[in-house]
Design a protein. Structure first.
Length: 274
């Protein structure tokens, strides 16, 4: 009597690393390069919008803007999600194809019998296991590097957009000051003209300067609105969350030009592509 049985055996058990182990290197590299941490969060995590609202409740500085941008970016979180896919590929690469085991039970008519066991394993797959595992680990490292690069790039975009807002607001302050001065001068010229103490030409000149100052001020306001809209886009802010204020000022120019010695070496060390 012949009774075949087939049993699939998994030779190597694999487990996918936890989110902390996967994401830890990304967070540490972000801390090193940016000075702020980054989190791999779930889209439904209520702590993210709560943290963003807390930062928005105070005048923004560059650090707060970067934190908001990193926490609020769905695109960046999608990049982090690729870590889970790459980790699953590493787990798959450490698992051999199931071995097929056949049990043939032969029973003799007079009693007794014998059991024949045949095991078939993919030897080529066994030999290729180290290469597969190495390739999968390299792919995971590449995904981590891309996650770090995406984090740094987003922080750079936030910094540029934030400084554009600060510069535009300071320019608006200057234009408003110029408009106030031109308006006061034009008002004085109007009174002097009414008293017969200045000419029509002098009055017209003061009024023209006031109109030019008004145009410059309006253009500066438009630049502020445009810069704020751009920063809102980078930060992922909409609706009531866009009514933030800033408390930052552009840094003063250095008294001397920065030294160029070692600049190339420093740039190479900081590059994520080398």
């Amino acid at each position: 009597m012949l009774r075949p049985f087939v049993l699939s055996l998994v030779v190597v058990a694999a487990c996918v690393p936890g989110r902390g182990a996967l994401f830890g290197p990304v967070d540490r590299e972000a801390q090193h390069r940016l000075g702020v941490g980054v989190a791999w969060s779930d889209s439904q995590d209520p702590r993210v919008p709560a943290a963003v609202r807390d930062l928005l409740s105070r005048p923004l500085d560059l650090d707060a803007a970067v934190r908001i941008g990193l926490a609020n970016s769905r695109r960046l979180q999608a990049r982090f999600d690729e870590l889970g896919i790459a980790a699953a590929d590493v787990a798959d690469a450490t698992v051999l194809a199931p071995a097929e085991v056949d049990f043939d039970v032969k029973l003799a008519s007079g009693g007794g019998g014998e059991v024949e066991v045949n095991a078939v394993q993919d030897v080529l797959g066994l030999l290729q296991l180290p290469q597969r595992r190495g390739a999968a680990n390299a792919a995971l490292a590449a995904v981590r590097a891309r996650a770090v690069a995406a984090t740094v790039e987003l922080a750079r975009q936030v910094e540029v957009a934030f400084l554009d807002v600060v510069a535009a607001e300071q320019q608006l302050e200057l234009r408003q000051t110029a408009l106030d001065a031109a308006s006061a001068s034009a008002e004085l010229a109007t009174r002097m003209h009414a008293a017969g103490n200045t000419s029509d030409l002098a009055l017209a000149r003061e009024q023209d300067q006031r109109e030019e100052a008004q145009v410059d001020r309006d253009q500066a306001q438009l630049a502020v609105d445009t810069a704020r809209e751009a920063l809102n886009g980078v930060l992922g802010l909409v609706g009531d969350d866009t009514h933030w204020t800033t408390a930052a000022r552009l840094p003063d120019l250095p008294e001397a030009a920065p030294a160029l010695d070692g600049l190339e070496t420093d740039a190479a060390a900081a590059s994520l592509e080398l």
